[in-house]
Design a protein around this ligand. Structure first.
Ligand code: MRU
Length: 354
C-alpha cells in the first residue's frame, strides 16, 4: 500500500461530512469515519483518530465549516454567533499544537472580512473554499519541507525520527518524513529510517513504522530508551522530528521524548533538525516555557495496549503528551521556504515565516 494514498482528513463529495482515517486502528485496520456532529469531530481530535499538528488544523477547518453550515438561517449575525460556538468547542480539543487555533482563526478571519459583503449561503461557500485552501496549502508546504530536507541527506543515511510526522500527520507527505518520500521519488533506495516507538501512544510503532515500511523503506523500530544505543553504535547520521508549536526564540514543543532525543544528539554530535511548516510557528509565544502542554489520562501509561494493567492500582502517573526542546539543541529548522539556523527568530523573519 502506498501511504501517500491515505487521506487523513477530507470533505465528502457532497460536502456534508468530514472523512477521516481512524489512526487509532492503524496499523491493523485502514478504516475511514464519516463525521458531521461537532461532538464527534471534537472526540476524533481529542482521541487522536486524526492527529499530527497540520492534520489537526485541516480537520478543524473542515469541522468548523461543516458544523456552522448546518445552521439554516439567512441572518448573518446568527450565523456568526453559531460559527463562534463551533470554533470555541473545537479549539478546546487539544491545547499544544498551534495549528488547531491557527486554522480556526484563519477561518474566523474569513468570516469577519466578509460578513458585511456576503449572504449566508455565499459565506458558507467561502468558508468551504478556505478549508480546502488550508488543506491544499498543507500539501504544498509539506512537499517544500521534503525538498529542503532531502538536500541534507546523503545516500545510505540512517535517519532517526520520533513520534509520527509523516503523511499521516499532514494532508500529504508529512514534515519529518517528507524528505524520505522525496528521496524515494528520486530513486534512492538505501536510506534507513529508525522509528522511536514513542511511548505511551506508540505513534512511532503504529504510524511511522507502518508508513515507512509500506513505502518500501528500510525501517527499524526501536524503543525510546534505545536511541542512545543506536547513536553510540553509529547507526544514526541525522535526526528529523516534527513540531507542534515553535516559539519565537526557537524552543519548540513536540511529542514527549523529543527533548531527550535532542540532548542525546548533542552528546553524540548528530545533526538534529526540526521540520516546521509556517503554520506551526507561533511568534506570540516568546519561549518554550509559555507553550501549553497537554496532560493526558494516566491509563494511557498503565493500561493501554496491555492485556492487563501493568502498574499497581492507586499510583500517580505523569503523562504529558509533549515536551519542550531548548533551541540551543537544534541544528536547524527545515521550513517550506528554506532551512533556518540560529538566531531563529531573525531567520524566521528573514524568510517571511512570521
Ligand atoms: O499527539 P500527536 O500524535 O498529535 O503528536 C504529534 C506530534 O507530536 C508530531 O510530531 C507533530 O504534530 C508534528 S506532525 C507533522
Amino acid at each position: 500500500m502506498n501511504p501517500l494514498r491515505l487521506d487523513t482528513a477530507i470533505l465528502s463529495a457532497d460536502g456534508k461530512e468530514l472523512i477521516i482515517l481512524d489512526q487509532t486502528l492503524l496499523p491493523g485496520k485502514v478504516k475511514y469515519l464519516s463525521l458531521s456532529r461537532i461532538d464527534d469531530i471534537w472526540e476524533a481530535i481529542y482521541s487522536l483518530r486524526v492527529r499530527g499538528a497540520p492534520a489537526i488544523g485541516v480537520a478543524a477547518a473542515y469541522g468548523v465549516y461543516l458544523t456552522s453550515a448546518q445552521l439554516e438561517t439567512q441572518d448573518m449575525a446568527a450565523f456568526c454567533a453559531h460559527f463562534r460556538t463551533q470554533k470555541d468547542r473545537l479549539s478546546s480539543a487539544r491545547p499544544t499544537a498551534v495549528n488547531l487555533s491557527w486554522a480556526l482563526n484563519r477561518m474566523e478571519q474569513v468570516l469577519e472580512e466578509n460578513k458585511a459583503l456576503l449572504t449566508v449561503p455565499q459565506m458558507k461557500e467561502r468558508l468551504k473554499a478556505e478549508a480546502h485552501a488550508i488543506r491544499e496549502e498543507d500539501v504544498a508546504i509539506s512537499r517544500g519541507i521534503g525538498q529542503y530536507g532531502f538536500q541534507l541527506l546523503r545516500p545510505g543515511d540512517g535517519i532517526l525520527t520520533h513520534c509520527n510526522a509523516g503523511t499521516l500527520a499532514t494532508a500529504k507527505y508529512g514534515t519529518a518524513l517528507a524528505p524520505v518520500y522525496i528521496a524515494l521519488e528520486q530513486g534512492w533506495s538505501d536510506l534507513r529510517v529508525y522509528c522511536d516507538e514513542t511511548r505511551p501512544l506508540l505513534q512511532g510503532a503504529r504510524l511511522s513504522a507502518f508508513e515507512m515500511h509500506s513505502a518500501g523503506v528500510d525501517t527499524t523500530l526501536l524503543c525510546d530508551n534505545m536511541a542512545s544505543y543506536a547513536m553510540a553504535r553509529g547507526l544514526i547520521d541525522i535526526i528529523f522530528v516534527g513540531c507542534d508549536r515553535v516559539s519565537a526564540n526557537g524552543d519548540f514543543a513536540n511529542k514527549i521524548g523529543t527533548s531527550a532525543v535532542a540532548i542525546l544528539a548533542k552528546h553524540y554530535g548528530i545533526p538534529f533538525y526540526v521540520c516546521a511548516p509556517s503554520s506551526t510557528i507561533d511568534p506570540s509565544i516568546p519561549d518554550g516555557a509559555h507553550i501549553p502542554i497537554e496532560e493526558r489520562p494516566g491509563s494511557e501509561v498503565t493500561e493501554m495496549w496491555y492485556e492487563k494493567r501493568m502498574a499497581p492500582e492507586g499510583i500517580k502517573v505523569l503523562n504529558p503528551a509533549f515536551d519542550v526542546t531548548d533551541h540551543r539543541l537544534i541544528t536547524g529548522f527545515i521550513t517550506e521556504k528554506g532551512v533556518v539556523t540560529a538566531p531563529f527568530f531573525e531567520g524566521f523573519q528573514a524568510l517571511g515565516l512570521c
